[in-house]
Each structure stands twice: as C-alpha cells, then as structure tokens.
Design a protein around this ligand. Structure first.
Ligand code: IMP
Length: 440
C-alpha cells in the first residue's frame, strides 16, 4: 500500500491531526519527522477530546505503530506527561507501539530558558515563539553539542559533557541575555527522567521504516507546523527552526525520498497565523472575530488567539511547489458558512508591481497589497454532507476554483472535528489508494 506524507500548507494549525488520525485507520505506521511539542493536535473521537503534542496522532488506532524520527526534538517531561494522560484515557503507550529514534535530540532546561530570555530581550522584534526551547535545541543539533537519545546510554560520558555545556549556557544566559542561570541538577534530573522513561522506547526508526516500506506496509508521515513556517523556505525570520516541508519526511526519518508516493497538503478554507510576522490577507476585525470564534482559533499549546485572514492563493501556490503537492485536503469550510462574500487573494502588489511569488524580505512582505477575487458565500449547513455533489453549489464553485488557481486538486474535505465529518472529492485515484478501510 502506498505511503504518504501529510504536511501543513499554510502557517500551521490547518487541522492535520484530524486528517492523520483519519488516514492512519488504514496504515501500519505513522511517523513524526520534525518539530517538537510546539505542535498541538486536538483530536475528537466519540466526543472525547485528546490533545497530542509529540506522540503521533495514530496512537489512537490500536493496530498502528508510531514512530518519532531523528528529526524530532523531545522534551522528556512533556513526553512522559503525554504518555500518562493517554494512559488515563485508556490508550496504552508501550514500546511495542511507540518507537523513538536513537538520534532524536532532547530539549533540556537551558533550551527553554534561552528561548524565553531571547524573546523577552527582543521586545517588539520578537518572533513570537512558543517558548518551549525548540529553536535552541535545533541550534545545538547543528552545532553538534546537542543530547541525543542514544547519549543517555553512556551516562558517565554525558554527565561530564553536560557539566561543561551547562556552564557555557549559563554564561550566555547571564552575560549576554541578562537572565537567570539554570542549575546543573535540574538538567540532570531531566536526563535521569529520560533515561528511566524514554530509553525503553529507543529504536532505529530509519531501519524499521525501511523494512516496513520494503514489505509494502503503509506509512503516514505526519508533518507539524506548516510550509510557511519552514526554517529555510518560510516567512523568514518569523518561522520555526525545523524544515516543515514534505522533503523533511525523508531526512527526518532517515529514508530515501522515493519511499513516499503521495504528498497531501492540508489547508484551511481561510488562513490563520500565531506569533509575529507578515500576514497580508488579515481580515477586517469583525469578520476575523467571527471566524476566530466559530473556528475555535486559539493555540492548542499556548492558548494564544490566532490572527485570521482570507485564503492566500499566492502563498498556497508556493506550498504546492515547495512540497510537490499531489493533493490538497481543505479543512474548516463550515466556518465560512453565512459570510455573504468570501475573498481569495490571487496576487500580491509590491510598490505597484505584481509579484509572482512571496518576497524574501519580511519588511517587503509586510508591505504587499493583496489583490482579491470575491465569491458568493453559502448559507447551507454542511453537517451531514457526505457526498461531493451534496455540497452547496457556491461551496463547490469556491473549492474547484481554488484548486484551479493554485494548480492542485482538492482531494479531501473536512468539516468539524469528528472523524466522520471527512469526505473525499471526486478524485478517484486518491480514494482508491489512500482511503481507510470501511467501518472505521
Ligand atoms: P517555535 O517553533 O516555538 O520556535 O516558534 C516559531 C514560530 O512558529 C512562532 O511564530 C510560532 O507561533 C510558530 N509555531 C510553532 N509551532 C506552531 C504550530 O504548531 N502552529 C502554528 N504556529 C506554530
């Protein structure tokens, strides 16, 4: 069965978790390949909400095995708490179901302290990070001084290295960032916790997934954040610190790119953004408020209200290219119900000149003037719609025109949070290859 990667095609929070959960019903494996607990997925199954930040969404399907590749950064305490919370709601997270790559890096106390101190110091120029130490952990990976899961198997060596490292980090925290130092003992306590709680889950994820792939098992690669938050190709510098685009599934899990057969980009029928950075299609206040409340657009991890904007087709075209999208899963169309007009940005103007892509400088991105086309809205309730041709006419027109503008078919639609409020469009190939078994 073919494998697919599911990525966010906008600025994150597109509703990937629900789709991954849905698609993994027919999968053998689900694998996270980047990011850390800056991600937050809320899944609703049988009316019960489950919040996941690190563990792949497939954990709710008892037959699906879950992997966290080398590209993921892990806060040991957060992962431990998440396992405990799942346990309480009857989902057992055992080493026969969850596999963490030996090369995955840990987020330790000094990463969190540095992230927060830097943001505080930056004042208005802050990035608006989640403050969870994600950036500093990836920096240490690149600087070759990070702590991998495998390092926990050699504690004497690690302790010695960490003593010097904490000393260095404390100099940076106090002398450069004007902040408080962090105690070595608190860092070591996290290491001990990780040794006790996480080492049993250590695996060679690259090997396991390669074997699964050779045996024609289906793997769903679960992206976190979104394309426009990609460390290299997003709206730099207002981005996260990992590569969020589809290619990262291969590098983050240690597999060749040919192991992935389909790239699904998840996009909301509008756009949202948290944190700082340019956001050209931001809606006027009253509409944004309506959309935020109806769409429950508040961060899963930080609770921050998300800025809401009209669908940005220029940015989505970029996502189609950067990810090589085969199809789009369009989510939350129901939130737009009742709006008399729905706008879509089809062009940017910068100083009167038309751009055919997003500008590279944030200062220019902040100045672009979006050019919109307007669609008539729809009033019909989408609850219970299970067939493409039962969608309101205006909604169908909106979706098919979007697909045409961005040059990629909309292969899936999802409204609402429940698993069964998901439907496939008339793209037969996707249905045949990727649709979960009946009865799920
Ligand atoms: P960091 O990933 O905590 O370093 O935050 C960097 C930027 O990415 C900030 O603008 C965050 O708001 C944003 N960000 C990180 N994770 C998510 C997410 O899961 N959804 C939406 N935005 C995110």
């Amino acid at each position: 069965m073919p494998s697919l990667v599911v990525i966010g095609a906008q600025w994150g929070d597109e509703g990937k978790g629900k789709l991954v959960d849905y698609l993994t019903a027919g999968a053998d494996w689900v694998a996270r390949f980047q990011g850390g607990n800056n991600a937050g997925h809320t899944l609703v199954v049988n009316g019960v909400k489950t919040k996941l930040r690190l563990i792949p969404s497939g954990i709710l399907h008892p037959h699906t095995r879950c992997a966290m590749g080398a590209g993921v950064v892990i806060d040991p305490q957060v992962l431990r708490d998440e396992m405990a919370a799942l346990g309480k709601s009857g989902v057992t997270v055992s080493p026969t179901r969850l596999f963490i790559d030996r090369d995955a890096h840990l987020i330790l106390g000094y990463h969190v302290a540095i992230d927060r101190a830097r943001e505080q110091r930056a004042g208005k120029a802050k990035i608006g990070t989640t403050g969870l130490g994600i950036g500093p952990a990836y920096e240490d990976r690149a600087a070759r001084c990070g702590v991998r899961l495998a390092d926990l198997t050699a504690p004497t060596e690690l302790r010695e290295r960490l003593q010097a490292l904490v000393e260095e980090k404390n100099k940076y925290l106090t002398l450069v960032l004007n902040s408080e130092p962090i105690s070595f003992d608190s860092v070591w306590a996290s290491v001990e916790l990780a040794r006790a709680e996480l080492l049993p889950f250590m695996a060679n994820v690259s090997n396991l997934l390669e074997e699964a792939s050779v045996h024609q098992q289906k793997i769903v690669f679960e992206g976190a954040q979104g394309t426009l938050l990609d460390q290299a190709h997003g709206t730099v510098p207002f981005v996260t610190s990992s590569n969020t685009i589809a290619g990262a599934a291969a590098t983050g899990c240690g597999l060749g790119p040919k192991r992935i057969q389909y790239v699904l980009g998840v996009a909301k029928a509008y756009v949202t953004r948290v944190g700082s950075g340019p956001f050209p299609t931001e809606m006027e206040q009253a509409t944004a408020h309506e959309v935020r409340e109806r769409g429950a657009e508040y961060g899963t991890v930080t609770g921050r209200p998300r800025s809401c904007g009209w669908f940005d087709a220029v940015a989505l075209k970029r996502a189609v290219r950067l990810n090589g999208l085969d199809g789009i899963a369009l989510t939350k169309l129901d939130v737009l119900r009742g709006l008399p007009k729905i706008k879509v940005c089809v062009k940017y103007l910068l100083d009167g000149k038309e751009l055919n892509d997003a500008p590279a400088l944030a200062s220019e991105y902040a100045r672009v003037v979006p050019q919109y086309v307007e669609f008539d809205g729809f009033d019909e309730d989408l609850a219970g719609v299970t067939k493409w041709h039962h969608l309101p006419r205006n909604a169908r027109f909106y979706i098919s025109t979007l697909a045409e503008i961005v040059g990629c078919p909309v292969t899936m639609l999802s409204f609402g949070a429940e698993r069964d409020s998901t439907l496939f469009s008339s793209q037969g190939a996707f249905e045949q290859n990727f649709m979960p078994q009946q009865g799920v």
